[in-house]
Ligand binder design. Structure first.
Ligand code: PHE
Length: 452
C-alpha cells in the first residue's frame, strides 16, 4: 500500500500509541460499567466468561483492527475498502465502518451523560456535602441528580465541549502528556481504594462474589452482556482502534502492543471491582443496584475514610479523565472520515459531529425525567442506546471485522503487518475465521431465541 502516513498525522512512538489506545480502552466501561454489570449478572461466572471473551475474541479482533488501520492509513470506512481491494475483493466492505460510526455516535450520547455525572461528583466531593453520608442518603442524592435535567444538561454540555475541543485540536500532545501522568495516577488511586476496601470487612465477600464461579447463575443474557462488554471495554467493533491504528508507526509489533493494552484494561476493571464490591457488602448495599452502583458506593466509602475528601476529589477527577480520553476516541473515526471524504477542516468536522451527539445526549439525560415515557422495546433511551450498541452493534461489527480479516484479507498481507511467529499466526487466523464469529453468533442466537 502506498500511504506511509495518514493525512491526520501519526503517533510519536509505539508508547504513545499504547497510551492513546489504553486511554481509549480504559474508561467508564472499566470503573463504572464493569462492576455494575458484574453485580447485575451474579458475579463470578460472569467474570469468567468476560475474561474468556477478552482473551479469545477481544485481543485477536483488536489485532485485526490495528493492522487494517495501519495498512491503509485512512479512516475506517476507506481503510476497510482499500484493504479489501488490495486482496481482490469489493470496496463495499467499507460499510462495516459506517455501522461503526453510528455505534460511536450512539455510545457517545449516553457516555457523555455519565461523564457529566462524574463531573458533578467532583463538585460534590469538593464541597464535602457527602462526608459521613449513609448509603441510603447517597442513594437518594444520586436519584435526585437523575431527576434534575437542568443540572445534568449543564454537566453533559461541559463534558461534550471538553471532548469536542480535544478532537478539534488533532492528535494532541497535550492529551497524550496528560494521559501519561493520569493513567498511572488512576492506578495508584485505585490501589489506595482497594487498600481501603480490604479494611472494610467486606473484602472476602467481595472477592468471592467476583471469583466464585457458580455456573448455575449464568444465563445466555449474561453471556451476551459479557461478550458485548469485552468489545465495549476494549473499544472494539466500531473503528476506534482501527482509526488509532492508522496513526501507528510501521516498526511497532502489533501483537505485543495489543497484549499490553488488553492486559492493562482488564487489570483496571478487576481492581475496580475488587475496590467497589467490598464497600457494597460491608454497607449492606445491593450489588445489583445498576448504573448508580459506583456513584452510591464511592461517596459512602470516601465519606468514611481518613482524607476521604481529598481522595474522593482526586478519584473522580481521574475517572473524568479516563472517561474523557475514551470519549474523544468515540468521535475520532467519524471526524477522520468527514475530513478525508468531505475535505472539510478538522474543526468543522468536530463541531458538526459534536453538536449531533450532544443533541442526542439530551434524549439520554431526559430518560430519567421528562422523557421517561419514551421507550424502545421496554427500555428508556439511555438504556436502549447502551444495550443496542454494546450488546448488538459492537459484537456484529466485531464478527464482520473478524470474517473480513480471516477470509477476505490475503494471509500474506495480514502477516506482513502482524509479523507473528507462524504458530501464533495460525491461532489468530482460526480465531478470525471461526472462533470469534461463531462465539458471537451463538450468543446472539440464544439471545433472540431464549432457551425454554
Ligand atoms: N472502551 C471505553 C470504556 O471502556 C468505551 C469505548 C467504547 C470507547 C468504544 C471507544 C469506543 O469506557
Amino acid at each position: 500500500m502506498k500511504n506511509k502516513t495518514s493525512i491526520q498525522g501519526s503517533w510519536a512512538s509505539r508508547w504513545i500509541f499504547i497510551l492513546a489506545a489504553t486511554g481509549s480502552a480504559v474508561g467508564l466501561g472499566n470503573i463504572w460499567k464493569f462492576p455494575y454489570i458484574t453485580g447485575e449478572n451474579g458475579g463470578g461466572a460472569f467474570v469468567l466468561v468476560y475474561l474468556a471473551c477478552i482473551l479469545m475474541v477481544g485481543i485477536p479482533i483488536m489485532m485485526a483492527e490495528v493492522f487494517i488501520g495501519r495498512r491503509a492509513r485512512k479512516n475506517p470506512i476507506n481503510a476497510l475498502a482499500d484493504v479489501a481491494e488490495e486482496s481482490g475483493s469489493t470496496k463495499k466492505w467499507g460499510i462495516i465502518g459506517l455501522m461503526g460510526m453510528l455505534s460511536g455516535v450512539l455510545i457517545f450520547s449516553f457516555y457523555s451523560v455519565v461523564g457529566g455525572w462524574v463531573l458533578h461528583y467532583i463538585k460534590v466531593m469538593l464541597t464535602g456535602e457527602m462526608i459521613g453520608v449513609t448509603s441510603d442518603a447517597a442513594g437518594s442524592a444520586f436519584g435526585a441528580l437523575l431527576a434534575d435535567p437542568a443540572t445534568l444538561l449543564g454537566w453533559h454540555t461541559l463534558f461534550s465541549i471538553m471532548s469536542i475541543a480535544v478532537v478539534a485540536a488533532g492528535i494532541n500532545k497535550g492529551i497524550e502528556t496528560a494521559t501519561r501522568i493520569m493513567m498511572p495516577a488512576l492506578f495508584v488511586l485505585l490501589i489506595i481504594l482497594l487498600g481501603y476496601a480490604m479494611t472494610t470487612g467486606g473484602f472476602a465477600q467481595g472477592w468471592n462474589f467476583m471469583f466464585e464461579f457458580d455456573f448455575s447463575k449464568l444465563t445466555w443474557n449474561a453471556a451476551l452482556v459479557a461478550l458485548g462488554h469485552s468489545f465495549f471495554t476494549l473499544s472494539l467493533g466500531m473503528g476506534t482502534i482501527m482509526a488509532y491504528g492508522s496513526y501507528m508507526t510501521k516498526d511497532a509489533s502489533i501483537g505485543k502492543t495489543v497484549l499490553a493494552i488488553g492486559g492493562l484494561d482488564t487489570l483496571v476493571a478487576l481492581v475496580a471491582g475488587l475496590a467497589i464490591f467490598p464497600i457494597i457488602f460491608s454497607n449492606g448495599m445491593d450489588p445489583a443496584a445498576g448504573p448508580g452502583l459506583m456513584f452510591i458506593s464511592l461517596p459512602v466509602a470516601f465519606g468514611q475514610m481518613a482524607f476521604g475528601q481529598l481522595f474522593g476529589v482526586l478519584f473522580f477527577i481521574l475517572i473524568a479523565v479516563a472517561a474523557w480520553t475514551s470519549a474523544i476516541s468515540l468521535l475520532e473515526p467519524t471526524v477522520a472520515f468527514l475530513i478525508e471524504r468531505l475535505k472539510i477542516k478538522r474543526m468543522t468536522a468536530a463541531i458538526g459531529l459534536g453538536i449531533t451527539v450532544w443533541a442526542l445526549g439530551i434524549a439520554c439525560l431526559g430518560s430519567f425525567s421528562f422523557m421517561s415515557d419514551v421507550t424502545f422495546f421496554g427500555k428508556n433511551t439511555f438504556d436502549f442506546f447502551d444495550y443496542i450498541t454494546a450488546n448488538i452493534m459492537l459484537p456484529l461489527g466485531g464478527i464482520f471485522i473478524a470474517l473480513f480479516a480471516g477470509w477476505v484479507v490475503k494471509d500474506k498481507f495480514a502477516q506482513d503487518e502482524l509479523q507473528l511467529p507462524s504458530a501464533v499466526f495460525k491461532l489468530w487466523n482460526i480465531s478470525m475465521k471461526f472462533t470469534a464469529p461463531i462465539a458471537v453468533a451463538i450468543v446472539l442466537y440464544f439471545l433472540i431465541n431464549p432457551m425454554k
